[in-house]
Ligand binder design. Structure first.
Ligand SMILES: [Zn+2]
Length: 61
């Protein structure tokens, strides 16, 4: 992503639900963003969403 001529490094956005197929876990069972292993699960639009309790990053699994 380029903003104002400056290249912004990819960072995780807690308002986006990432897809496990596109963003597989770097460490299985760990949050990619903060590397914590505590999640809460919910179901949204028929998908199981795993949300990190620490940083709020969401992934559909
Ligand atoms: Zn996290």
């Amino acid at each position: 992503m380029i903003k104002g001529g400056i290249i912004i490094e990819k960072e995780f956005d807690s308002s986006i639900i990432y897809d496990m197929n596109e963003y597989p876990d770097k460490n299985s069972g760990r949050c990619d963003n903060c590397d914590k292993g505590h999640f809460k699960s919910s179901v949204s639009e028929g998908k199981l969403i795993r949300e990190c309790r620490n940083c709020g990053m969401k992934k559909s699994i």
